[in-house]
Structures are given as C-alpha cells and as structure tokens.
Unconditional design. Structure first.
Length: 319
C-alpha cells in the first residue's frame, strides 16, 4: 500500500444485533486492504452483541466503546469524534461489505484533488436468504465519474430519477463534516438530512456504479419498523434542512433537486405524523411550498393532507 494513501476510519454502531454482527465484522476482516482504524460503538445492547464484538481479534487498529442507548446517530457522532483519519465510513452492523471495498476507496481517494464524497452502489438481500443466492439490486447509482462537481452530480441524480442517501452508501472526508459542524441527530431520517447537507457543502464528488455494499432487509430494524414519533420528528427536521439549503443555493440544478427532494419528503412526514398521533406542522409545509414555488408540489401536498389514500389514487391514474 502506498504511504501517501489517505487513512480511513470505519464507524460501526451496534444495537442488539447478536445474530448479524459477526458476519458484518468478518466482512471487515476479509478486506484485501485493511481500514486504518475501526470504531465499534455498542449502543446499550441488551443481548450478547458486545460479547461477540469483544471476541474478535482484529489485525488493524480497533476500538470498542460501550454506551447507554442513545440511538444510531449519537453512536456515529461518537465514532466521528474519536477518529483521526482522513475519511469516515459509517457501516451498519447487520450488513456486509465487498472484500475489495477499502482497496477501492483508497485508490479512488488517493487521486489529486481528492474527492469530498465517494459514492458507490449497493444491493439488498433478505434475512434468511443465502447470501450467494439471488439478490435484488435497488441501490445502484446508475452513473460513475471521478471528481464531479456538485452540479454534475445533481444532474446525474435527476437523470436517474433517484438518489440513495444511506450513510453506508458513501464515504466522506472527516474535515468536511468537522469544518461544517455536521452531525447526526437522535431521530430517524438523520442520514438523509446529513447527506443533503454534505451535498450542499461539497466541492468534488466521485461516484461508482460498482456494488460494494450489501444491505440486509430484516424485521425489527429501523428500515422496517412501523412509523413512530421519531420518524415524524426526523421528517420535520429534514424538511427544515431542505428549506435552509434552498435559501442558500440559487442555481437551477439546486432548485430542481430541492423541489424533487421536498416532494419525496412530504409524504413520509404526513404519514408518520398520522400513524404516530403527532400533529402535522402546517407552518413547515407552507414554508416548503413557498420555497419550492411549484403548483404540482402544492397539489401533491394538498391531496396527501386531505386523503391518506391520495398517493395510491394518483399512482393508479398515472398507470
């Protein structure tokens, strides 16, 4: 490995994942090039997660931290505070990495000028499914490019019609997070909010359509749990963040991207409020609509507010 290659910290929050953590950590052990440091934060697990983690003898620098349960976002923040590496990678403790991931990441980030963000693709597999069996691709970027501008990246996102925001689907410069005072909050959708914030402050982005990350779909995870107040609060904070970014960015690419992102955010917010018994903050929705200045978004928001089945009705009319 070249001595001038950037250093990488892998941050692994873990909470009650005794059935999955060993497989995830083995995927780090199987890397063709090891990470420079790994932080595993046990977030107050009540099962044997911590004992399983402590049973591993890693050939690279590793730190295991046990805390009271404060949530995935705070666990990530703690790992970020402890890190001294050039880049941060947030790895979920029930998922799997391709064995070439760190090698790929170091090669891509060694190029000058180095990217602020490194995006890559992923696939999903279902719990109980043979990992080597059939998987459904649903986290493909759809494009590749080295040291793209933010505008080029936004354009590629919109051409693809999707953009995946999960924290395990990118690697980020530590100084970008630190210099812009970015961190994960304690509610749900925290990774979505941070991703949009990172896009708003990044200068260079490298993207790859190659798959390096495998996400496990399982019951009782944050991805599959029923809507609750954490979803509602996180969705509201996300909308507030999008409004703030819209106020600071005036290019045509940003305006269109924010408008589409707002449309993706409004339905989960209203739905999570309804399911959790949380009052819908109409003032936030009005601020969003005023910022977007989109009649279509206004109609969308009105229908969602009036009829919880409006989304299905619209989709049927389109089909």
């Amino acid at each position: 490995m070249q001595s001038n290659q950037p250093t990488i910290s892998v941050i692994v929050p873990a909470y009650n994942v005794e059935s999955y953590i060993a497989e995830s950590l083995k995927s780090l052990l199987n890397q063709t090039v090891y990470p420079d440091e790994v932080f595993i934060i046990d977030d107050g697990s009540t099962d044997s997660t911590l004992e399983i983690v402590k049973s591993f003898d890693f050939p690279f620098k590793s730190t295991v931290i046990s805390t009271e349960n404060r949530g995935q976002g705070q666990a990530r923040n703690l790992g970020m505070e402890k890190s001294e590496s050039d880049y941060l990678y947030f790895f979920d403790s029930d998922d799997i990495l391709d064995s070439r991931f760190i090698e790929f990441a170091k090669e891509k980030t060694s190029r000058t000028p180095s990217p602020d963000l490194l995006l890559f693709s992923g696939e999903v597999f279902h719990d109980g499914e043979d990992f080597m069996g059939t998987r459904v691709s649903s986290y493909k970027r759809g494009f590749s490019g080295d040291r793209l501008s933010v505008e080029q990246t936004l354009s590629a996102f919109m051409n693809e019609g999707r953009w995946d925001v999960g924290a395990s689907l990118y690697m980020v410069k530590r100084e970008l997070m630190k210099n812009n005072d970015l961190s994960f909050h304690s509610w749900h959708h925290e990774d979505t909010q941070v991703f949009y914030q990172l896009l708003s402050v990044a200068s260079r982005i490298t993207a790859s359509n190659k798959v390096f990350y495998y996400r496990r779909i399982r019951s009782n995870s944050i991805m599959t749990m029923s809507f609750n107040k954490k979803h509602a609060t996180g969705s509201r904070l996300l909308i507030e963040s999008l409004i703030e970014i819209a106020n600071a960015r005036s290019s045509a690419y940003w305006k269109e991207f924010i408008k589409r992102s707002m449309k993706l955010s409004i339905e989960p917010y209203i739905r999570s409020c309804r399911y959790s018994g949380t009052r819908v903050d109409l003032s936030i929705i009005m601020k969003m609509l005023f910022q977007a200045k989109s009649p279509k978004l206004y109609l969308w928001a009105t229908l969602v507010l009036i009829n919880k089945d409006a989304i299905n009705i619209i989709r049927k009319l389109k089909s």
